[in-house]
Each structure stands twice: as structure tokens, then as C-alpha cells.
Design a protein around this ligand. Structure first.
Ligand SMILES: NC(=O)c1ccc[n+]([C@@H]2O[C@H](COP(=O)([O-])OP(=O)(O)OC[C@H]3O[C@@H](n4cnc5c(N)ncnc54)[C@H](OP(=O)(O)O)[C@@H]3O)[C@@H](O)[C@H]2O)c1
Length: 250
């Protein structure tokens, strides 16, 4: 297979949330470019199935909500590329009717889990004065939409963490990137609506959504630029989506 981007042979890469959707596509594309992979998520059987397709990829059962487990699993490794992708949405209730349990799931995963992943892996990048840290944010980190409240807050936090990292890690030659997609067709809505397939399908109906490979393509482009180029923010939308509230459906 022809490699569309620079060769990543010899690069050690981590993708969290690699058992599904965007993370799975990023892992697959990094593998095709030659990177050695650690693929992390909670569902080990899914990771093992993916690892059987991506020879040499190492599955890692990891819940990013457990900071000690994240530190123990990742803190001793030295990655060249870290993609902090694990995340989820839960429900679309108003704040006044919202579930505190759902809020905790989103904040613990999307914000604290992302921070634990960074805390465990960034020091090694700083020590060797190179590396790519890619955050998967969202357009929900830039605009709020009805019912999006706490999910949007979690992704606004990702954008703030991205901006803070650019300052905190500055001077160490570590490149920080945030990739912020609009609607991507994945299991995201199935998780958000707790397995309600019909409701989840409705999110993508009549619309040509982004596909996980479109997001992976943006990540691959960012991490294969020359060392002096840091792609900061990539915002990608489906052509049929103008904002978080304006979607064209056939
Ligand atoms: N789909 C969209 O429209 C869209 C748009 C913008 C941004 N995003 C963001 O893209 C990222 C990936 O989402 P997706 O669309 O690919 O959804 P997805 O298909 O549901 O994949 C989510 C991934 O995150 C993992 N994950 C969830 N909780 C985790 C935890 N506690 N510990 C470790 N891994 C965990 C899941 O694995 P396990 O369940 O096996 O742990 C799964 O691999 C998320 O951060 C999401 O917010 C999605």
C-alpha cells in the first residue's frame, strides 16, 4: 500500500479510545504509516481484534477515568505520538433536568481522563525534547448547542487545556495539536443514547457526515509536517454542517 504521508517507522504511538470510531481509524492510519502502536480502551476484546489486523500493535485495557492505572500503564513509556481521543457524550437533557451521573461520566472521561493521559506521557516527551500530543476536541468546544451543555463544557475544557499546554510545554519542542470535528459517523450517538439505535441513526440521517478516516487523515497530516511546523488547531466540518445547530439534511 502506498503511504500518503511521511514514514513513521520507529515512532512509538499511543491512541486512547482505539476500540471504536475515530480512535480506531487513527490507529489504523498510524499503523499504515509504519508507527509502532499501543492501542488503549476499556474493551480489550475489541482491541485484540484490531491488533490482529495491525500486526505489532499492543492492546492495552485501560479506563482513562482511573488516574493511577493511567500513570502505571503509560508513565514508564516514551511515546513519540500521543493521541488523546477517548471520550463520550451522555444524553441531551437540559441542565435543570440533567443526570449528575451522566455529567460525571463526561467530565471524568473527557476532561480528567484526558488530563491523566497527558500527565502520564508528556514528561517523557519534554525530557527528549520532541513529540506530538494530539487532542481530539470537537466543534462542541467552540459552540454550544441545545442539550449539549455538559458535553460542550467538557470540550470547551479540552480547548482550554490545548491553549494551556501550548504555554506550559513551550520551549521543549513538543508539538501540541487539537483536532476538532463536527458530526462524525461513529458509535458516539449509540453511546450518548444508551444503545437506542433508532435515535442514534437519526443523528446521521439525510446528512453526509464525516467518517472516522476523515478525522484520522487530519491527525496524520498534522503529525507528519516538518519538525519546525506545529499545526495548532484543525476544525473540520461535514460540508452539510455550518454550525452545531445548522445542518442540511436531504
Ligand atoms: N462522533 C462525533 O460526532 C464526534 C465529533 C467531535 C468529537 N468527537 C470526539 O471524538 C472522540 C472519539 O469518539 P467517537 O466518535 O470515535 O466515538 P466512539 O465510536 O463511541 O469511540 C469512543 C472511544 O472512546 C473510548 N472510551 C470511552 N470511555 C473511555 C474510558 N473511560 N477509558 C478509555 N477509553 C474510553 C471507547 O472505548 P471503550 O468503550 O472500549 O473504553 C471508544 O474507543 C471523543 O473524544 C468524542 O468526544 C466525536
Amino acid at each position: 500500500m502506498q503511504k500518503p504521508y511521511a514514514d513513521l517507522s520507529g515512532k512509538h504511538a499511543l491512541v486512547t479510545g482505539a476500540s471504536s470510531g475515530i480512535g480506531r481509524a487513527i490507529a489504523t492510519q498510524l499503523h499504515h504509516q509504519g508507527a509502532e502502536l499501543v492501542i488503549a480502551a476499556r474493551r480489550l476484546e475489541r482491541l485484540e481484534e484490531l491488533a490482529s489486523e495491525l500486526s505489532g500493535a499492543r492492546p492495552l485495557a485501560l479506563d482513562v477515568r482511573d488516574p493511577s492505572a493511567v500513570q502505571a500503564a503509560l508513565g514508564q513509556e516514551s511515546f513519540d505520538i500521543v493521541v488523546a481521543n477517548a471520550g463520550l457524550g451522555r444524553g441531551l437533557d437540559s441542565i435543570q433536568e440533567g443526570s449528575i451521573e451522566d455529567w460525571s461520566a463526561m467530565l471524568d472521561t473527557n476532561v480528567k481522563g484526558l488530563l491523566s493521559t497527558i500527565r502520564a506521557t508528556l514528561p517523557a516527551m519534554i525530557a527528549k525534547k520532541s513529540g506530538d500530543l494530539v487532542l481530539i476536541g470537537s466543534v462542541a468546544g467552540r459552540q454550544v448547542y441545545p442539550g449539549g451543555n455538559v458535553y460542550c463544557a467538557s470540550k470547551h475544557a479540552v480547548k482550554a487545556i490545548y491553549e494551556a499546554l501550548r504555554i506550559d510545554a513551550f520551549g521543549n519542542r513538543v508539538r501540541i495539536t487539537t483536532v476538532d470535528p463536527g458530526i462524525v459517523e461513529t458509535e458516539f450517538s449509540l453511546v450518548r443514547f444508551r444503545g437506542d439505535e433508532e435515535r442514534a441513526r437519526g443523528v446521521y440521517e439525510g446528512l453526509q457526515a464525516l467518517q472516522p478516516d476523515d478525522v484520522a487523515d487530519a491527525v496524520l497530516w498534522a503529525v507528519t509536517r516538518p519538525a519546525h511546523v506545529n499545526i495548532g488547531e484543525i476544525v473540520l466540518w461535514p460540508t452539510d454542517q455550518a454550525s452545531t445547530t445548522l445542518v442540511r439534511r436531504q
